[in-house]
Design a protein around this ligand. Structure first.
Ligand code: NAD
Length: 477
């Protein structure tokens, strides 16, 4: 199996080893990827360095943008194929995989269009001096992405990096990366020069660690667990390389007693059930004001009882969890919560014809969850919603800010002043008022505060993250 893209060529790992790809719907291996390691990573980094000195490095911003836009179109032309690959590899329902394919195309369209719209500055300085500040690429950028949205994450991290003229080395997750491999093929078909994008499949502790510590990289971006994020941070610090980290969250949905409850219920449920809860921005804590607690939680419970988990083709509310390891982790947290006496308010069900060996879990609504319980603080990364009551605005803000994380928050209230008061005091990278997620939003800067990480992806801010500045001082007397 040749799944390493290095200098425009598809190669196997130097030592020939492979990793089985598992279908989470039945636990069976159905494909193989190459197990890249340090020597393969070194070749990829060298190819990226060569690309910067060669054809890719000589492209204008407009030319880079055109290539990215062609790739966006290529992805749209192959959207159904990509959706089928993503659905089998990750287990997500087919309509969600189709939405992901459209979203990844959008990243390349957006940043393709933006590539030649990044302007520098001029600075008034001493008489006889002309000073300009120009944006320049970092050079070789390292990208480590997780398994929950492989295609989307590829677009999110890669499109702005290539738009700014970097040459990239991408290490996707060993648990799901087949769509990434296919999109890399489409990138070559779209005319991306050899070495502008290099792909090294493999394990995090091998290919990932080798990439972040490689002295030839100039920047790294990572999305995944706080534990691996800390290792990336250590490696890049030792390498004197800046990094962007996106490490997940425990995002609150705050529902006040004047909220439009009918509008809030489907959004609250979708925010935790989408992708079987394996979303960094999942709304995994539901904070409900005491006066409407019974009524609103009753409405959410009714919606939970109607949820069903099934295979991707059945296109139900959830698919399976991505891997046996993640399945055991989610089930362990659910069982521990039950054993510790946290009440289960409602549970979803399974489709009748589930295959054996799949990693399916029932969506579950727990509450009231004690404020100091693991379920109130730990990112489960499964379809598990923790409900907690609050008394007033002050209490809601305290509770919302009470975890180590700070990625996304939702505020549900019809009171405009409260919308602003609360959103300004929430410790969070994004706040949604009377909506949640808003369709992903390629245009909207995204990233965390506190232990959710730092740096921003998406929107125009990503173009700043993926580049640096050069100040040019010209004396013209
Ligand atoms: P992980 O952090 O181990 O994996 C994410 C990526 O990092 C993968 O590509 C992996 O190969 C790579 N990686 C792992 N160790 C590395 C290292 N030392 N150096 C460089 N790269 C390395 O995530 P996981 O173990 O698959 O998931 C565990 C938990 O992480 C989940 O339960 C969830 O809480 C969290 N998570 C969050 C996100 C997110 O979007 N924020 C995504 C996936 C997982």
């Amino acid at each position: 199996m040749k799944t390493l893209l290095i200098g425009g060529k598809w190669l196997g790992a130097i030592d020939g080893e492979t990793i089985d790809v598992i279908d989470p719907s039945d636990g069976m291996a159905f494909a193989k990827i190459s197990r890249g390691r340090a020597a393969d990573v070194q070749q990829a980094v060298s190819a990226a360095q060569d690309a910067l000195q060669g054809e890719w490095g000589s492209k204008t911003a407009t030319e880079r943008g055109r290539i990215l836009q062609r790739l966006g179109q290529g992805i749209l032309d192959h959207a159904e194929e990509l959706a089928a690959i993503e659905a089998q590899d990750t287990g997500k329902p087919i309509s969600a995989a189709r939405a992901d394919a459209r979203a990844v195309a959008r990243y390349f369209e957006f940043y393709g269009g933006a590539a030649d719209k990044v302007h520098g500055q001029t600075i008034p300085y001493l008489d006889g001096y002309n000073v300009s500040v120009v944006r320049v690429p970092h050079g070789v950028t390292a990208h480590i992405i997780p398994w929950n949205y492989p295609a989307q994450m590829m677009g999110r991290t890669l499109a702005p990096a290539l738009a700014m003229g970097n040459a990239a080395v991408l290490k996707p997750s060993e648990d799901a990366c087949l769509s990434v491999i296919r999109i890399a093929e489409l990138a070559m078909e779209a005319g991306l020069p050899p070495g502008a994008l290099n792909l090294v499949t493999g394990y995090g502790a091998e290919a990932g660690a080798a990439l972040t510590s490689n002295p030839g990289i100039h920047f790294a971006t990572f999305t995944g667990s706080p534990e691996a994020g800390a290792l990336v941070q250590q490696a890049t610090a030792a390498n004197h390389v800046p990094c962007v980290l996106e490490l997940g969250g425990k995002s609150p949905q705050i529902v006040f007693d004047d909220a439009d409850l009918d509008k809030a219920v489907p959004a609250v449920v979708k925010a935790i059930v989408q992708n079987a809860g394996q979303t960094c921005s999942a709304g995994s804590r539901l904070l409900v004001q005491q006066g409407i607690y019974d009524r609103f939680v009753g409405m959410v419970a009714q919606a939970f009882r109607a949820l069903q988990a099934g295979v991707p083709a059945a296109d139900l509310d959830c698919g399976p969890i991505v891997s046996e390891r993640q399945y055991r982790r989610v089930m362990g947290l659910v069982e521990a919560a039950r054993d510790s006496g946290v009440p289960v308010i409602a549970e979803g069900g399974f489709a009748a014809d589930l295959p054996r060996g799949g990693y399916f879990v029932r969506p579950v609504l727990f509450g009231p969850v004690p404020r100091d319980h693991a379920l109130a603080n730990i990112e489960v990364f499964g379809p598990v919603l923790s409900v907690m009551p609050f008394t007033d605005e002050e209490d809601a803000i305290r509770l919302a800010n009470a975890t180590d994380y700070g990625l996304v928050a939702g505020v549900w209230t019809e009171n405009g002043s409260r919308q602003m008061r609360v959103s300004q005091r929430l410790q969070s990278g994004q706040v949604f008022i009377n909506c949640y997620g808003a369709g992903g939003g390629v245009e909207l800067p995204f990233g965390g505060v506190k232990k959710s990480g730092y740096g921003r992806e998406k929107g125009f801010l990503a173009l700043e993250e993926m580049s640096t500045t050069k100040t040019i001082v010209q004396h013209y007397q």
